[in-house]
Design a protein around this ligand. Structure first.
Ligand code: ADP
Length: 243
């Protein structure tokens, strides 16, 4: 189980997260919705220590840390349990698909190169890129690059994968194939927190939907509760704009 409690984060005078708490059961898919600028990405980045929160606690399994005062060792422990899929893929441009996928296994997990290559190829096969091991990112479509990003996260066998708007940089015709792969990851029972504007994905896959606005969790519930019967006016207004 993942528990994020009372997270606060400001950039200068702007309070971007104003006491956010989220709980995710093992194997659950949580979709985070909300207008641009509501703090969704910042929340994900604080969970992975890509951003340092001003206060808050985080528990992933038996690792509990203070987000402000975590030691380097604790941060490494949390990073070992999490993987991040970025909006703009964040692949190394000078490495092939396979080298991108095995990088974390070799450098962070210290897995011998041969074993890492075997696992990396299996992960690329699994996302449908068995023919592309040796392609560089510039020779892959956006959808294929994001599938490399997903394989790179999946191969680490993390306790949770954090997806930050994984399809929003893609051309519309490439969104579906990428969402299909993310559904496949969900089908493997991996805990996932997904920031996305893809409502049909949220409806199909989410166990829980969280609606954020202006740095707070306004409302959370099952997809049915949030989409069919939202309680808060702000949620209703947001949904009426995007559905
Ligand atoms: P969302 O993901 O909901 O669109 P973000 O978490 O990306 O929201 O951003 C929330 C607010 O924080 C925005 O106003 C954004 O400009 C600001 N922000 C995010 N990251 C930084 C940063 N590194 N420095 C300054 N402001 C930031």
């Amino acid at each position: 189980m993942i528990e994020v409690k009372n997270v606060k984060k400001a950039f200068g005078k702007q309070q971007v997260l104003k006491d956010v708490s989220v709980e995710v059961e093992d194997g659950q898919v949580v979709v985070v919705l909300g207008p641009s600028g509501s703090g969704k990405t910042t929340l994900l980045r604080c969970i992975n220590f890509l951003e340092n929160a001003d206060s808050g606690q985080l528990a992933i399994g038996d690792t509990c840390v203070d987000l402000k005062k975590a030691t380097k060792k604790q941060i490494l422990e949390i990073r070992r349990k999490t993987a991040f899929v970025f909006q703009n893929y964040n692949l190394f441009a000078n490495k092939t698909a396979l080298e991108n996928v095995i990088e974390g296994l070799v450098t962070a997990r210290h897995i011998p190169r041969e074993a890492a290559i075997k696992r990396g190829k299996e992960a690329l096969d699994w996302v449908g890129l068995g023919e592309k091991y040796h392609c560089y990112p510039c020779n892959l479509s956006g959808g294929q690059q994001q599938r490399v990003g997903i394989a790179r996260a999946f191969v680490l066998n993390p306790e949770v994968i954090l997806f930050d708007e994984p399809t929003s940089a893609l051309d519309p015709e490439l969104v579906g194939e990428t969402l299909d792969i993310i559904k496949k990851v969900a089908g493997r029972g991996i805990t996932m927190i997904v920031v996305t504007h893809e409502m049909s994905f949220a409806q199909d896959v989410a166990n829980k939907v969280i609606f954020m606005d202006e740095g707070i969790v306004v409302e959370e519930g099952s997809p049915e509760e949030i989409f069919s019967n939202p309680k808060e006016e702000r949620t209703r207004q947001f949904l009426s704009r995007i559905i």
